[in-house]
Design a binder for this molecule. Structure first.
Ligand SMILES: Cc1cc2nc3c(=O)[nH]c(=O)nc-3n(C[C@H](O)[C@H](O)[C@H](O)COP(=O)(O)OP(=O)(O)OC[C@H]3O[C@@H](n4cnc5c(N)ncnc54)[C@H](O)[C@@H]3O)c2cc1C
Ligand SMILES: *[C@@H]1O[C@H](CO)[C@@H](O)[C@H](O)[C@H]1NC(C)=O
Ligand SMILES: *[C@@H]1O[C@H](CO)[C@@H](O)[C@H](O)[C@H]1NC(C)=O
Ligand SMILES: *[C@@H]1O[C@H](CO)[C@@H](O)[C@H](O)[C@H]1NC(C)=O
Ligand SMILES: *[C@@H]1O[C@H](CO)[C@@H](O)[C@H](O)[C@H]1NC(C)=O
Ligand SMILES: *[C@@H]1O[C@H](CO)[C@@H](O)[C@H](O)[C@H]1NC(C)=O
Length: 527
């Protein structure tokens, strides 16, 4: 009887000792890590530790999707902002030695926050200071730092010339580090392909801390990093891209219609027309519901003048009834601002703003359509969207493929969605307080939507775009470097990469055999 309190006391003491020793060990461990970074500290890059007064503000500023943060911890041991490749090499070396994972962050737009969240001890390497851009206008090439945003790239191009352009995403704040790594689709992709299709060299730091260019890394790794998704193979510090020349004047339009039978019919027709129309013309359908108001827009970009655009539309898509007054001629860079949703007349300097514009609650799903959705199918979708209890903002962006996208072979890059794809669906759902306290209810609506669409989209696999990262498709167990399994990852890997997934996994075995660069959806070594 009288031993019980003693025993309790004993085990209490023991656990206190264990607690103290484990926290002592881990802080000593952490200290050793910082000692290891000594040569990093001697150069210019900054290290933010948890003791740093600005640490928590800096960490919080990285969160662009609060829903993602609810799912995974935001507790890095340190945030590093290197300004030179050498510093990254030191950081890789020390992180490996002290068993810390690396989350590399470029624009920080990963929909699931995988550039700043992790369930195992980690550091964030933020490439915000690795973003120089140098353009060779004569050779029509450029080197772009791995931490630059596409907005900064657009800005640099516009500063150099009115007609030098690059095929890349529309949102100005996405980073080239993640975006190019997943392919990179934009409004010029029907004409010029993905960003990845136009990359001709790169610099990457591998798990051994070596800095490799295309020649040194070899063609397998160079293939893998142009579409295989970020965070799997190393840290890309720069991309060399091939630029294109566009005319001095291009044309845009945005025709918005309320949802009625005529509009439904237009959308139905659009499905067969938009993927086949002139490569210079990109017509995106945007089905938007905000605060209960549903509208459908045909938002477009044309590489050419308005009169040529009108001729094409008259011949191929007269049903839309496009008027001369709908067409707005402008410079290529102004069309970039237009499609990035800036106001007319804004200075191009808005492209340089790197701040998080998306800091909110959202969920993304992606799909690919290989044969037009029937009128009935569309009708059912529109009915669903008219339900009352939906997320405050629904934005369905239907982007036509075809053109150059269909000419490039499926195995040319890891990105497999080429011939046979009519269009891509990006479904964006935003919750705002007070909806955000009731996340599960809205998630189940999104699940129902996704299930409904399964009848009408690609099957076996049901395809998805790696840059629209979605952890609902499946995740790795990456707690230890040996736990990620190829067979388990196939489930989601085939959906992003189809037949290229196995090759990606073989490349991974070769270039990162210890699975040092790993996360929820990194490519596992082949087993
Ligand atoms: C508002 C918005 C608009 C978008 N519009 C488009 C669009 O028009 N077209 C399109 O194709 N996609 C678009 N996307 C998706 C976008 O391409 C992806 O989210 C992309 O991964 C973002 O890159 P990032 O550098 O900003 O993200 P990050 O979160 O920094 O990185 C994404 C992933 O890549 C890794 N990574 C980052 N930098 C590097 C590097 N240098 N080397 C190796 N790995 C790295 C990260 O660790 C992470 O795993 C959009 C996303 C958002 C939020
Ligand atoms: C640090 O920055 C200074 C000033 O920009 C530069 O002269 C110096 O070479 C840098 N040092 C390293 C190690 O990068
Ligand atoms: C297109 O124009 C309509 C009407 O002016 C506007 O409400 C909508 O936001 C625009 N859509 C896009 C995607 O720019
Ligand atoms: C289309 O017309 C049918 C039959 O007139 C009607 O029942 C339906 O509500 C209409 N749909 C839309 C979206 O207006
Ligand atoms: C980023 O978004 C979050 C969430 O909305 C917000 O708290 C934070 O202040 C934002 N950071 C910046 C730098 O705008
Ligand atoms: C895991 O990483 C350690 C340290 O790098 C390495 O020694 C070990 O071989 C790795 N295990 C596997 C299965 O790759």
């Amino acid at each position: 009887m009288n031993t019980t309190p003693t025993r309790t006391m004993h085990s209490l003491l023991l656990s206190i000792i264990l607690l103290i020793s484990s926290s002592f060990l881990s802080s000593a461990h952490t200290q050793d890590f910082f000692t290891c970074l000594k040569s990093y500290k001697n150069s210019n890059g900054s290290i933010y530790t948890q003791q740093n007064p600005t640490f928590s503000t800096l960490r919080q500023s990285m969160v662009q999707n609060i829903l993602a943060q609810n799912r995974l911890p935001l507790n890095p041991t340190a945030i590093l902002t290197p300004s030179h490749e050498k510093e990254i090499q030191v950081a890789v070396h020390c992180a490996k030695m002290f068993d810390l994972l690396i989350r590399v962050r470029s624009g920080g737009h990963d929909f699931e926050g995988l550039s700043y969240l992790s369930q195992v001890p980690f550091i964030i390497i933020d490439l915000v200071n690795i973003r120089s851009i140098s353009i060779d206008a004569k050779k029509k090439t450029a080197w772009v730092g791995g931490g630059a945003t596409v907005g900064e790239l657009y800005h640099a191009l516009a500063t150099k010339s009115r007609t030098l352009a690059f095929s890349t995403g529309t949102c100005a704040t996405i980073g080239v580090g993640g975006h190019f790594s997943g392919g990179g689709f934009g409004i010029m992709s029907r004409k010029y392909g993905l960003s990845g299709d136009n990359i001709i060299d790169a610099k990457i730091i591998d798990y051994k801390g070596r800095l490799l260019n295309r020649k040194a890394m070899g063609e397998d790794l160079f293939w893998a990093i142009r579409g295989g998704g970020g965070g799997s193979f190393g840290i890309v510090t720069a991309w060399k891209i091939e630029l294109v020349t566009v005319p001095k004047t291009v044309t845009v339009f945005n025709v918005t219609r309320p949802l009625d039978n005529h509009t439904a019919e237009l959308v139905h027709k659009w499905q067969s027309i938009a993927p086949k129309i002139d490569n210079n013309l990109f017509i995106r359908v945007i089905i938007n519901k905000f605060n209960g108001v549903l509208q459908i827009s045909f938002k477009s970009f044309f590489i050419g003048r308005a009169n040529d655009l009108l001729k094409i539309m008259q011949k191929s898509f007269p049903e839309l009834g496009l008027l001369d007054s709908d067409c707005v001629e402008m410079s290529w860079i102004d069309s970039v601002l237009y499609h990035a949703n800036f106001r007319r007349g804004d200075s191009i300097d808005v492209l340089l703003n790197r701040l998080n514009v998306t800091g909110t609650y959202f969920k993304i799903k992606s799909d690919y359509v290989t044969s037009p959705i029937s009128e009935n199918g569309l009708g059912g979708l529109f009915e669903m969207l008219q339900e009352e209890d939906v997320p405050i903002l629904i934005d369905l962006q239907w982007s036509p493929y075809g053109g150059k996208m269909a000419e490039i072979s499926e195995s040319s890059l890891p990105f497999p969605h080429r011939a046979g794809i009519k269009y891509m669906i990006e479904s964006i759902f935003v919750l705002a307080p007070p909806q955000a306290v009731n996340v599960d209810r809205y998630m189940s609506w999104i699940d129902r939507y996704y299930k409904y669409m399964s009848t009408y989209v690609s099957k076996s696999p049901r395809r998805a775009y790696i840059n629209f990262r979605d952890l609902d498709l499946g995740v790795n167990n990456y707690v230890s470097n040996s736990t990620s399994s190829y067979n388990k990852a196939k489930k989601w890997g085939k959906r992003y990469f189809n037949n290229n997934f196995q090759r990606l996994s073989h490349v991974k075995s070769k270039v990162d055999p210890t699975n040092f660069f790993r996360h929820e959806q990194s490519i596992p070594p082949f087993k």
